[in-house]
Design a protein around this ligand. Structure first.
Ligand SMILES: [Zn+2]
Ligand SMILES: [Zn+2]
Length: 175
């Protein structure tokens, strides 16, 4: 099994949805990177200004992570949002409407989500036993997304996954 497969297998060993788990970690890592090294990087600033900051969920998440780790602190968030504010003020002065693109972090997480589901479906024949024997349960969304890809790529696995899913859900319901 390749490195990505090993990484997926690790996520499957834990309880809960392995894809959600991977995405949560990815989101936190990327926010950490932004706060730690990229606050003043021009390309990151540009991304933030295109979306005029983050969606409410990610804005609070950024603040939460910034304050939870003394290595980051509030300065990074302040720098980012001071910059956003100056863009906004300038648009008011010039009476130009600002076009807001989608939140930069939502975008990144969605791409990661797609890649993770694809990687999982590519390797699912090797991972299905681990999934079966683990406490992991794909959430409804990620189960459906994986099923969609498996139907195209390895339809023989879909029925097996459906059965495991029912069994795991029943089991978690009783315990
Ligand atoms: Zn999930
Ligand atoms: Zn967002």
């Amino acid at each position: 099994m390749d490195l990505i497969g090993i990484y997926l297998r690790e996520a499957i060993q834990e309880s809960g949805c392995p894809v959600c788990r991977i995405l949560k970690k990815y989101e936190e890592d990327i926010i950490g990177q932004i706060l730690y090294e990229h606050v003043s990087s021009p390309s990151v600033r540009e991304k933030f200004s295109e979306s005029l900051g983050l969606c409410p969920y990610h804005a609070w998440k950024l603040k939460e992570i910034a304050y939870s780790n003394p290595l980051y602190g509030g300065l990074g968030v302040a720098i980012i949002y001071e910059h956003m504010l100056s863009i906004y003020i300038n648009s008011l002065k010039s009476k130009k409407n600002l076009e807001e693109k989608k939140c930069y972090l939502c975008d990144l997480v969605e791409i990661k989500e797609q890649h993770t589901i694809e990687a999982l479906s590519d390797r699912f024949s090797e991972l299905i036993e681990d999934y079966k024997n683990s406490e992991a349960i794909l959430c409804k969304k990620h189960y459906e997304e994986l099923m969609l890809l498996l139907r195209k790529r390895s339809p023989e696995l879909t029925e097996e996954l459906r059965k495991i899913q029912i069994k795991s859900l029943k089991h978690s319901n009783l315990s």
